[in-house]
Design a protein around this ligand. Structure first.
Ligand code: NDP
Length: 294
């Protein structure tokens, strides 16, 4: 049995905020306060919680953010008009449209309408293309947070087999690209699994690093891993708590069953969640720095 190291995103994100302080001060000395516009459409409770956590961190770091709350039945044209205004408003360095959008809205059309230089989520096709070709501008926040956790824990991906489970555009696919880039802290051999993969165990059993971004609790159990695997658990799932409380948050991995088998693992909560917000702050600071370059 080995002792499973807990990779705390809470602690690492604090280090990231500390390391951003000098860049923020330099910008402020040049009368620039990094500023983020958040567009929130409708009343999805999880989105509202996520937006509130971002606002709290931005306020704590004395950065500027404004949330544009739109009704559930807002038309696509109205969102496009708002984005046009925000694209042209020098006050905002970054723009983020909180996903998911209501069903009547074409998400891809909206993401394509954000100025790619302000696209701090990194979802615009221009930024996706830059990432895919190994010249990233903005790296999507969750995948960037995963790479930072590995860096801080001194876990190199070079010559390692990385198994990513989940292929969404916001987590699975970009992290599969990042882990396989020929760059320092990447250079892994990556397998991308999804709901069409036959016998996922076959892949996880041979993985050095498993990155789970599925959205289903207990998807990764200890018997699916070889001893010494690193588990990065991206999933956030609400389940019944069973101890008088109504619910609790768990990841995609079965935390108890991977203990003693995984060499290290990110907890849920307190793992990749805080890292995602820290990377949003970092990307917004980057966007403010780009704005100085004209
Ligand atoms: P999506 O629902 O967009 O994608 C889930 C992916 O998992 C899909 O590619 C799907 O396959 C795959 N999948 C579903 N079931 C299985 C299965 N049984 N076996 C293998 N693959 C499966 O989710 P997201 O990528 O947006 O999010 C994933 C999880 O991460 C969620 O719990 C979400 O809440 C969480 N999350 C956490 C963040 C954080 O900051 N910690 C940030 C973003 C997300 P297919 O493509 O075939 O449908």
């Amino acid at each position: 049995m080995i002792e499973t190291q807990v990779l705390s995103g809470k602690i690492i994100s604090q280090n990231i905020y500390d390391s951003l302080a000098l860049r923020i001060t330099t910008l402020k000395n040049n009368t620039i306060t990094p500023s983020l516009a958040v567009v929130l459409v409708g009343n999805n409770p999880a989105s509202a919680v996520y937006v509130r956590s971002k606002e709290k961190i931005f306020s704590h770091l004395k950065l500027h953010t404004k949330t544009f709350q739109l009704d559930q039945d807002t038309t696509e044209l109205e969102i496009l008009q708002l984005l046009d205004n925000l694209n042209n408003d020098q006050q905002y360095h970054g723009i983020l449209v909180q996903l998911p959008l209501p069903e009547h809205i074409d998400t891809q059309n909206i993401l394509c309408s954000i100025d790619p230089r302000k696209d701090v989520d990194g979802f615009h096709p221009e930024n996706v293309g830059l990432l895919s070709t190994g010249h990233p501008r903005y790296i999507p926040c969750t995948p960037k947070g995963i790479i930072k956790v590995l860096e801080y824990a001194n876990i190199s991906l070079h010559q390692k087999h990385v198994v990513v489970i989940g292929r969404s555009n916001i987590v699975g696919r970009p992290i599969s690209i990042l882990t396989s880039l020929k760059k320092e802290n990447s250079n892994g051999t990556t397998t991308l699994c999804h709901s069409g993969t036959l016998d996922i165990n076959n892949f996880t059993m041979h993985a050095d690093v498993v990155i789970a971004a599925i959205g289903q609790p207990k998807s990764i159990t200890g018997d699916m891993l070889k001893s010494g695997t690193v588990v990065i658990d991206v999933g956030i799932n609400k389940v019944h708590a069973g101890n008088g409380k109504s619910h609790k948050l768990v990841g995609d991995a079965d935390w108890d069953s991977i203990q003693g088998i995984a060499a290290a693992a990110t907890p849920v909560p307190g793992g990749i969640g805080p890292m995602t917000i820290a990377m949003l702050v970092e990307n917004t600071v980057e966007a403010a720095e780009y704005s100085q370059q004209g």
